[in-house]
Design a protein around this ligand. Structure first.
Ligand code: ADP
Ligand code: GN1
Ligand code: MG
Length: 368
């Protein structure tokens, strides 16, 4: 066993996990944290599994506040789920505490946490069957509804201005100007794509500021692989990746799901002819999300759903491009130009949405 694995075992053993650690393997396809699956042996050949995660400090500057949010939200969700007759051990994330009680472990300036593994469910990287996408929509909508009376003032802002598209454009323009990696000259077309849409970046921010759409407690990172779908029922059993639960707009949660899940291609597809916004999936998600929110979305929010989809996609592309220009320090990359490939899929998706705009609006309005 390599040293690294021995170190991981040593870290996992700090937590109140059950049984003897049998294996620790890298797990999942998240772009932010380092995630490991820990399998423990119990008596009589049974096993118990956990997720061990190293929190990304470049992204989350304050792990203590991050874990205060996560423990606050998971405890709140567990209580609600219990009241509603559900299973709080499976339908919400469960933080496993340290043997001496804390919620995270610090070692050599790295920060670690453990969750109970949600068994009997999968997180998907692509939509295989339309029903899966529909069920993810219902679950993300319900998640937001469950958090409707969460004390928002107690949440720390784990990433300031996370979906503030005005601020994102400013940061993007600074990255273009600094051009730290001397990459800007080769991506003029992509840079222009953002500049042509700068005015759009104000739309939702202005509506929130004017009180035309409500500020809610939202997940803010609702891509398909941040939900566990139950093997037996196919339903979204547990929303995971709670690092960005903060005050935001319902349109962010809706839009980010469309950005990722209604795309006919992968987020990092090189062949852009495979990228488009699938209107059937768009319609299914729209219906499911509105249902999941249980009547809590306002008429204005429903009318603005297509704008949520477009702006979350534009924002994400802009974030990938910013990271590319700055030297790939934020998102994990697995090949050179990975962030540029991701940028291009997002912008192709935005363009396709613009071409289908009337249809998208008709679909949203048919849900009023
Ligand atoms: P990141 O912020 O890097 O995306 P996530 O918290 O989303 O990290 O975890 C990465 C992946 O690990 C998820 O997409 C999912 O596949 C898996 N995962 C995370 N937490 C759990 C859990 N409690 N049970 C099962 N799988 C999980
Ligand atoms: C990141 O953590 P993950 O992989 O679920 C990112 C999202 C982006 C997404 C793009 C905290 O999500 O905002 O939309 O990548 N999360 C954070 O795939 O920045
Ligand atoms: Mg994730």
């Amino acid at each position: 066993m390599g040293k690294e694995k021995a170190d991981l075992i040593h870290i996992a053993e700090r937590f109140a996990i059950e049984g003897e650690i049998g294996s620790i393997e890298a797990h999942g396809n998240g772009h932010i944290n380092d995630t490991f699956l820990v399998t423990c042996q119990l008596a009589e050949g049974k096993t118990r599994r956990y997720i061990l995660q190293r929190m990304n400090q470049e992204v989350f500057k304050n792990p203590k506040e991050l874990m205060e949010n996560v423990t606050g939200v998971t405890t709140f969700l567990q209580n609600k789920i219990r009241e509603n007759g559900g299973d709080p051990e499976r339908e919400a994330l469960n933080v496993i505490l340290l043997k001496d009680g804390g919620s995270y472990w610090q070692e050599d300036n790295t920060f670690w946490r453990v969750y109970r593994f949600v068994e009997g469910a999968d997180s998907l990287d692509v939509v295989e069957r339309p029903e899966e996408f529909y069920e993810s929509a219902v679950a993300f909508g319900q998640f937001q509804k469950l958090l409707a009376d969460y004390p928002a003032e107690s949440l720390h802002e784990t990433i300031p201005n996370f979906h503030n598209t005005i601020d994102r454009v400013e940061k993007f323009k600074k990255a273009v100007e600094a051009d730290a990696m001397k990459r800007a000259a080769d991506v003029q077309e992509e840079i222009q794509f953002v500049l042509d849409r700068e005015a759009d970046c104000h739309i939702l921010c202005d509506m929130l500021a004017a009180g035309e759409i409500p500020l809610r407690v939202t997940h803010n990172d609702t891509k398909l692989n941040n939900i566990m779908l139950d093997h037996e029922t196919g339903k979204g059993i547990c929303v995971i990746d709670l690092d960005t639960v903060m005050p935001g707009s319902a349109l962010y949660d809706y839009g980010d799901s469309i950005r990722f899940g209604a795309n006919t291609g992968a987020e990092d597809e090189k062949d852009l002819s495979k990228i488009s916004c699938d209107l059937e999936l768009f319609a299914l998600y729209t219906k499911g999300f509105i249902e999941g929110c249980g009547g809590s979305l306002t008429e204005k929010e429903i009318r603005m759903l297509p704008m949520g989809a477009k702006l979350m996609t534009l924002e994400c592309g802009m974030r990938f491009l910013t990271d590319y220009l700055e030297g790939d320090h934020y998102f994990k990359i697995h090949r050179p130009e990975h962030n540029l490939d991701r940028t291009r899929t997002q912008f192709r998706m935005v363009k396709d949405m613009e071409d289908k705009w009337e249809k998208m609006q008709e679909i949203a309005e048919s849900c009023l």
